[in-house]
Write a protein that binds this ligand. Structure first.
Ligand SMILES: Cc1cc2nc3c(=O)[nH]c(=O)nc-3n(C[C@H](O)[C@H](O)[C@H](O)COP(=O)(O)OP(=O)(O)OC[C@H]3O[C@@H](n4cnc5c(N)ncnc54)[C@H](O)[C@@H]3O)c2cc1C
Length: 422
């Protein structure tokens, strides 16, 4: 890892917070759009973010037309960062950001760094929901891991977290880890999912569970954890339609490890201090179609903005954010009027939430997740009660992000995006 000199780093054109896929993609794009004075600040000791611990394939099919592992995907970007000579500081934790783009960071090598940027891109990724957020009764023994932590132990540090494993939640990281545990010789006894559907990709249910004969129980949750020193087992119960455990359905599963894959939360503590408007729907910043937040010159992308299903879409989105940040630095940002885009029935995590009525691109791209599984549904965009765009879909599931685009010229007032079952 190449660390840049930290001396005299008072003014920088573009500071990118987070050196994962989003931060690197945005940096490369800003460079291609003429910005040379770029600094990536990354709290860990390497660039690449969570990709470095993803040794399985399935990355890059949309972005590069190739099936890569996560680490191979990351290497394409770290190589490009090196080739372009983009500066970065690792082991550097950003502590605060202000409305004036003043950044305070801390690192063992540089101490406290104070930097003023012309523009800032927020690319801090997301973190996993911990056990504490679930309030599962029982003891507090060793042997409970979040799926990402287990992935890190196994793939970066070489430790197997347990021999008999139950996984709670069927998010993608949990599904991927079920397969990795099985390949490494651990026994995955069950994947319990409280909802009647998985929040993971269909391809992961097939390739990670069905191909390895790992049972997936829907409408099921962990209602108690047993064990003093180490987990000795968990109680699984079925739940009713309101997700309450059904008495009499409890069954004990003896295991030494419980792995949690129960959701991701965008990392956005920095936003509050800067007064950046956050969306309670996505957990990320509210942005317009140039990925600019409510604070001019501060942009957001990647999992810090909304939790993505595939890294390829993180790259594509972050490239746009990098290009728009470059335009802002060159003084080319417009002050177009803005309308709101609201999620309607069946829609969650809609991005962007604001749309400029004028802008360089003719089409606006929206992304969202369906709130539930739909079969034969129509995605509809309305404005003033009139339908201005619609598309029919055979299947929509919460595990897969939906995308649709709209002619900018067709937008005159606030929009609503909704899913209608046909
Ligand atoms: C555990 C886990 C496993 C995943 N597995 C897969 C998978 O198998 N396949 C797939 O397609 N997608 C997977 N994803 C999704 C994947 O994270 C995204 O698709 C993509 O890699 C996210 O890129 P990002 O840059 O937005 O976030 P990240 O890769 O998380 O990068 C964010 C970076 O910001 C840094 N950072 C955060 N806060 C600060 C701060 N205050 N100061 C400085 N630096 C900071 C972090 O250290 C991190 O390096 C996984 C996600 C997680 C959390």
């Amino acid at each position: 890892v190449r660390n840049s000199s930290v001396e005299n780093l008072q003014n920088v054109d573009l500071v990118i917070i987070g050196g994962g896929c989003a931060g690197m993609s945005a940096a490369i794009s800003a460079h291609k759009n003429g910005i040379r004075d770029i600094l990536i600040l990354e709290r860990s000791s390497y660039l690449g973010g969570v990709l470095k611990q993803c040794i399985h394939n399935g990355f890059g099919i949309h972005r590069f037309g190739q099936d890569l592992t996560g680490s191979e995907y990351a290497k394409r970007y770290t190589d490009e960062i090196d080739r372009l000579g983009i500066s970065f500081l690792t082991d550097t934790f950003v502590l605060s950001l202000t409305q004036d783009h003043d950044i305070t960071a801390i690192s063992p090598a540089g101490g406290i760094l104070r930097i003023r940027a012309k523009a800032v891109i927020l690319a801090m990724g997301c973190r996993e929901r911990p056990r504490g957020a679930l309030t599962i009764p029982g003891t507090r023994p060793a042997g409970i891991f979040s799926a990402g932590t287990a992935q890190r132990y196994l793939n970066l540090e070489g430790y197997i977290v347990g021999k008999k494993i139950v996984i709670l939640g069927s998010g993608d990281i949990g599904l991927i880890m079920a397969r990795e545990f099985a390949i490494e010789g651990s026994e995955v006894l069950a994947v319990a999912e409280i909802m009647p559907y998985s929040s993971g990709l269909i391809r992961n249910i097939v390739q990670c569970l069905e191909d390895f004969h790992i049972p997936l129980y829907y409408n099921t949750t962990v209602t108690r954890i047993e064990g003093t020193e180490r987990v000795t087992g968990v109680w699984l119960s079925q739940v009713d339609a309101s997700r309450k455990p059904v008495p009499g359905t409890e069954r004990f599963v003896a295991c030494d490890t419980l792995v949690l894959s129960v959701g991701l939360i965008p990392e956005n503590e920095l936003c509050s201090e800067a007064g950046i408007e956050l969306s309670s729907d996505t957990g990320g910043a509210v942005v317009d179609d140039s990925f600019q937040t409510s604070v001019p010159g501060v942009f957001a992308c990647g999992n810090a903005l909304h939790v993505h299903d595939l890294v390829d879409f993180v790259s594509m989105e972050s490239e746009v954010a990098g290009e728009r940040a470059a335009q802002f630095i060159r003084g080319k940002s417009d002050t177009a009027s803005v309308v709101r885009a609201e999620p309607g029935f069946g829609v969650m995590a809609l991005v962007p939430q604001r749309v400029r009525l004028t802008g360089a691109e003719d089409r606006i791209k929206f992304q969202f997740r369906p709130r539930q599984r739909f079969e034969n549904a129509e995605i509809r965009i309305t404005s003033d009660g009139c339908r201005i765009s619609s598309v029919k879909k055979r299947v929509l599931t919460p595990g897969e992000m939906c995308e649709l685009s709209l002619e900018r010229s067709s937008i005159h007032s606030d929009l609503k995006v909704e899913v209608i079952g046909l």
